[in-house]
Design a protein around this ligand. Structure first.
Ligand SMILES: C[S@@+](CC[C@H](N)C(=O)[O-])C[C@H]1O[C@@H](n2cnc3c(N)ncnc32)[C@H](O)[C@@H]1O
Length: 274
């Protein structure tokens, strides 16, 4: 792109993670990027629709700059429509970067976790390989959900897996034997099937549903059987803990280090404290 303009200096493309909804979870680095001279872009599902990411910064008390640009990423399985939308978003972003100003793409949650940002960055670099990309990390939806539900995702030597629920119940069933905690993202279309599985495995009581965490519409449901038949929001997930999981023996790790600490190994104690 722009081979005829060899002296063109692109701005940087910055993925600004905003956390899952509560503006207090925007990091200081994210906040600095928002207040810099960078041009804001933000994702919407349809043209001129509300943007969840933009709503977070609005709730933080920031005014939306007049030149902020929406990028449309439709929620469709139509591969042709999707490819077109992505190409349009990437081309528009490259065009803005070619003005020489940084572009701050607003991201709900963490920009490295199931986010459009990495895909957008790749597509932009295909058009303009010299574009520098910065990812500002943030609080993911499931970290905030665990905090909100007052549970740990993992303690000591426990294992945790984060998967889109779309893998289906047989994969989830298998993973329940392998992990102490499962985070089921994008659970909306499969919720009833997953509830059936959790009931069959006697795990309803140790599971929790969290919707729009951090937003004014946040909902934490511990009696998850009550959700049967409900059309929940896309921004929702399930945290499933399996206290009955049979563990293998650990060869290295927390238990061994804890034992070393008990006998007063200074180096281990310092390492644990770090
Ligand atoms: C495209 S992914 C985005 C993940 C996001 N980047 C993150 O760091 O969590 C969308 C899925 O993340 C989960 N999610 C995102 N935001 C959420 C929120 N505020 N509350 C609950 N779940 C959320 C839902 O499972 C949703 O279907």
């Amino acid at each position: 792109m722009n081979n005829d303009l060899p002296s063109l200096r692109y701005g940087r493309l910055i993925g600004v993670s905003l956390g899952p909804g509560d503006p207090d979870l925007i990091t200081r680095r994210g906040w600095t990027a928002l207040q810099s001279d960078a041009r804001w872009t933000y994702p919407v599902k349809k043209a001129e629709e509300r943007s969840y990411a933009l709503d977070i910064v609005v709730r933080a008390g920031l005014a939306v700059p007049a030149d902020a640009v929406e990028l449309v990423f439709p929620m469709t399985r139509d591969a042709v429509a999707l490819a077109k939308a992505w190409a349009r978003a990437a081309a528009r972003t490259a065009e803005l970067l070619a003005e020489g100003r940084d572009v701050a793409f607003l991201v709900e949650g963490d920009a490295s976790t199931y986010s459009t940002f990495r895909h957008l960055a790749r597509a932009v670099r295909e058009l303009a390989p010299e574009v520098e990309v910065e990812t500002i990390p943030g609080v993911s939806s499931f970290a905030a959900a665990a905090a909100c539900a007052d549970i740990a995702l993992a303690e000591e030597d426990e294992t945790v897996a984060v998967i889109p629920a779309a893998y289906g119940v047989s994969v989830i069933d298998h993973l329940l034997d392998e992990f102490d905690t499962l985070v089921l993202m994008k659970v909306k279309p499969l919720l009833d099937e997953v509830l059936d599985l959790l009931e069959a495995r006697d795990l309803l009581a140790t599971s929790c549903f969290v919707e729009k965490v951090g937003s004014p519409e946040e909902r934490v449901v511990k009696d998850i059987a009550s959700l049967r038949g409900e059309k929940v929001n896309y921004l929702s997930l399930l945290l499933v803990q399996n206290p009955k999981r049979a563990r293998g023996e650990l060869r290295r790790g927390c238990r061994k280090r804890a034992a070393a600490t008990e006998i007063g190994t200074v180096a281990t104690t310092a390492e644990e404290a770090a």
